[in-house]
Design a protein around this ligand. Structure first.
Ligand SMILES: [Zn+2]
Ligand SMILES: [Zn+2]
Length: 370
């Protein structure tokens, strides 16, 4: 019989350390299920959330990427999102958000990422309201009715899922679905955190002839290079002059004309202006990294017109992107050693994991619950 309480890492106030607290594990209502969490990923967004860069209710159990096992199924829950039978003990992952399925964006536009009533685990579900356990940095999570739960196929390990975390399906949405990298293209990826690496991986999978990663710090770039993620690596920490970086990047593109595709995954507003410079005329640029609002930045709009640039945006991911990413994970893991991205921390060391993530000391901190 399951224990009746679970511990979780709770954010009570911005810029304050998380505290480890217990909450009772609810019995699932019809349509819901309770999962025991094994791995909870730390994402760059968690750092921004802890600083109050996105309006969220507090207190909250952080963590919007996790892998666990089915504990208790509510009435009527018999299969996962794809129709596979679901039983206690099955290893599962789930999308972080639940769109309402009723608003203009869900119904008319069919863009469930844009839902105006989106509930997001680990971000906008309060710890002081039922069911309390709504984040991935906890020993258990209550998955509400409407959650998209996926039973992991044998070829997909929990570590593969958590190594890229939310960056994997986010990049699938932005790079594969929205931008559409074509075989032979030259792609610049700005940013060498998890979103940047996931975007670079999908550029490789799409058949890019050359992937140029512009990022830092050096340890992250070195890891990317070791794993074969990106063909060229430009370190913004050692090459601090923007004009020099522009010349260096253009020199790696056909005829120095610029990249066919620029994927901004840096999360730094200034990177958008720089990325416009990296793109060739008639090129495409995706702004993927600005998940939290870090304010405006000067850009030269003339370049967008003059270059006849296609500027794209992509927000998070929906169920179909998550599924698309899961389906690609065996091929990704066969080509790139994803386990090398991960550093494990016990739940009690959640604050250390966040500090290490913020400092760029680790690529993907992951909290373990056992
Ligand atoms: Zn995330
Ligand atoms: Zn909606």
């Amino acid at each position: 019989m399951a224990e009746s309480v679970a511990r979780g890492a709770v954010l009570h106030a911005f810029n304050e350390p998380l505290t480890i607290e217990e909450a009772p594990i609810p019995v699932p209502e019809p349509g819901a299920l309770v999962a025991r969490i094994d791995l909870g990923g730390v994402c760059g967004t968690d750092i921004h959330l802890s600083h109050g860069n996105l309006t969220i209710p507090l207190p909250v159990v952080l963590g919007h990427e996790a892998v666990g096992r089915v504990d208790t199924l509510g009435a009527g829950v018999e299969t996962d999102f794809t129709g596979q039978p679901l039983r206690p003990g099955d290893t599962i992952a789930w999308t972080s958000s639940i769109p309402c399925g009723r608003c203009h964006w869900c119904v008319v536009e069919g863009e469930r990422t844009l839902c105006e009533n989106r509930r997001v685990y680990g971000i906008n579900q309060r710890f002081d309201a039922f069911p309390r356990l709504s984040g991935g940095w906890a020993e258990a999570i209550y998955l509400q009715p409407g959650s998209a739960v996926f039973k992991l196929p044998p070829a997909v390990s929990p570590e593969m899922v958590i190594a890229l975390g939310c960056a994997g399906p986010t990049a699938f949405h932005g790079v594969v679905d929205v931008t559409g990298v074509k075989p032979g293209e030259t792609v610049v990826v700005q940013g060498s955190g998890p979103v940047g690496l996931a975007a670079a991986i999908y550029a490789h999978l799409g058949g890019a002839a050359r992937v140029i990663v512009v990022g830092g710090p050096a340890n992250r770039l070195a890891l990317a290079e070791e794993l074969g993620i990106g063909d060229v690596h430009v370190d913004i920490f050692s090459m601090t002059d923007a004009d020099e970086r522009l010349r260096a990047v253009l020199a790696e593109t056909p005829g120095r004309r610029g990249a066919d595709v620029v994927l901004e995954c840096a999360g730094v507003p200034e990177a958008v202006a720089e990325g416009i410079g990296f793109a060739r005329r008639n090129g495409r640029m995706l702004v993927l990294g600005q998940y939290t609002d870090r304010g405006p930045t000067p850009i030269n709009p003339h370049l967008i017109t003059r270059k006849q640039l296609t500027l794209l945006g992509s927000w998070a991911f929906a169920e179909r992107h998550y599924l698309g990413h899961l389906q690609n994970l065996p091929a990704i893991a066969a080509r790139f050693d994803l386990g090398r991205l991960v550093t494990y921390y016990p739940l009690a060391e959640a604050n250390t994991a966040m500090t290490d993530m913020a400092a760029g000391r680790t690529m993907k901190p992951v909290l373990t619950m056992t």
